[in-house]
Design a protein around this ligand. Structure first.
Ligand code: AMP
Ligand code: GLY
Length: 420
């Protein structure tokens, strides 16, 4: 398992449950993965270094968490030396790594999405923006770790975002091109499928919370919590997503000679006219994975191998009916600057069925000690027969966990009419 966040801990946890798995290695992992896997102290951004370790240890299945490695071509490289690796190739990862490519694909193949235009010249982008009616959405083309999107309420705000991205290059080469698009309103939902490029198997859907404070106030973060299923989910909506978005997208990638193997993640806006794609990602979501995999009943290893081998049509993927809620505990100051190295207490006082997936944690010097080491520290997760019960369980247990400066949202999976 390559990566070190709570998404990766969740994947390690699920992989380790498979009777087919002897041992899981995490690169670099965290204090949570250290309890169920072996953490490797290889530089997780060095593809050749990772390849060497994978070969040396005879690793038979590699799973990639973060998009940056996919975009760099880790899957192409590992497959070329015979290491079975879960995730799309570099060419197929363009569906996430270039928003202009993704929008071009959606337009060419009629996949429902907002109206959008790409520009690589600042002066042309500026002229276009001036003719629009706000709100309007400005996106840097490349990977920007969640910082590339501005929903501008006014034209001056949109122009400021353009200057930052294209002239001041605040996001580096990710801002060589911009995509300017129509603002859509509705409810946001994250949908995921497994695909071996022929068969498309939907996962359960989830909602995530990006803003740092309750009621969606404050700065954008890497994700402060999630829940599954969305309170507005219906089987008809699921069917519309699979039939009008996911299957056509996988087919489109085949037509473009970018065969897609792995997880396709649609960040969707559910509008009055139906689901629309805000973005595609080429990987599992974080923090959605933390509330999706606990609902998976099928052996994850069987699914991942079938995706790699092109035999996904042979697998029956089953999900539990349970609701699942996950709340992220973050360091004080995050997503701005924050201090680390604080001991985390209370992890041994939780109810037995509570899951704690680690992100920014490391093993401390004293026996059993866990220290904070990042912005997002833990995802605390519970399942129950209703969202309300799962939510109650999570918050009752979170109250027992402490570290200095700890911050979390209190409104994850709190369903209010007209919000979310
Ligand atoms: P993205 O990274 O493209 O998913 O965008 C980040 C966030 O910006 C999304 O979760 C939405 O809340 C918002 N967003 C992106 N595109 C649009 C759009 N066309 N209309 C409304 N909101 C959007
Ligand atoms: N949940 C947002 C992401 O994984 O990109």
């Amino acid at each position: 398992m390559v990566g070190g966040g709570a998404r990766e801990h969740t994947l390690v946890w699920k992989l380790a449950q498979s009777p087919k798995v002897k041992e899981v290695y995490a690169a670099p992992g965290n204090a949570g993965t250290a309890q169920i896997a072996r953490n490797l102290d290889t530089d997780p951004s060095n593809i050749e270094g990772l390849a060497k370790v994978a070969r040396g240890k005879g690793i038979e299945l590699v799973v990639i968490g973060p998009e940056a490695l996919l975009a760099e071509g880790i899957v192409d490289r590992f497959q070329s030396i015979g290491i079975p690796t879960f995730g799309p190739t570099k060419g197929a990862t363009q569906i996430e790594s270039s928003k202009a490519f993704a929008r071009g694909l959606m337009q060419k193949y009629g996949i429902p999405c907002p109206r959008s235009v790409s520009f690589s010249e600042y002066s042309q982008a500026k002229e276009y923006v001036k003719q629009q009616t706000p709100p309007i959405v400005i996106k840097a083309d490349g990977l920007a770790a969640g910082k590339g999107v501005t929903v501008a309420e006014t034209i001056p705000q949109a122009l400021e975002a353009l200057v930052n991205i294209m002239e001041l290059k605040t996001l580096g080469a990710a801002g060589d091109r911009v995509v300017i698009e129509e603002y859509l309103s509705g409810k946001e939902m994250s949908s995921f499928v497994f695909t071996d490029s022929k068969t498309v198997v939907p996962m359960v859907s989830a909602c995530d919370y990006k803003r740092i404070y309750d009621e969606d106030k404050g700065a954008n973060s890497g994700g402060m919590g999630s829940y599954s299923p969305p309170h507005f989910y219906t089987p008809e909506l699921g069917k519309a997503v699979t039939e009008t978005i996911m299957k056509p997208a996988i087919k489109a990638m085949e037509k473009e000679k970018r065969l897609y193997h792995g997880v396709l993640y649609g960040g969707l806006m559910i509008t009055n006219e139906g689901p629309r794609v805000l973005e595609f990602n080429a990987r599992f979501g974080d923090p959605e994975t933390q509330v999706i995999l606990p609902r998976l009943k099928t052996d994850l290893v069987d699914i991942l191998l079938a995706v790699i081998n092109g035999s996904l049509d042979q697998i029956d993927v089953e999900w539990s009916e349970d609701a699942c809620v996950g709340v992220v505990m973050a360091s004080g100051g995050y997503p701005g600057s924050y201090k680390t190295g604080f001991p985390i207490t209370g992890l041994d006082s939780l109810d037995k069925d509570i899951m704690v997936f680690h992100a920014g944690t490391k093993v401390g010097a004293e026996p059993g000690q866990v220290l904070t080491s990042g912005g997002r520290v833990l995802s605390v997760v519970a399942t129950a027969s209703t969202l309300a019960e799962a939510r109650e369980k999570v918050y009752a247990n979170i109250a027992r966990i402490h570290f200095e400066g700890c911050h979390y949202r209190k409104d994850i999976a709190l369903i209010k009419e007209g919000v979310g």
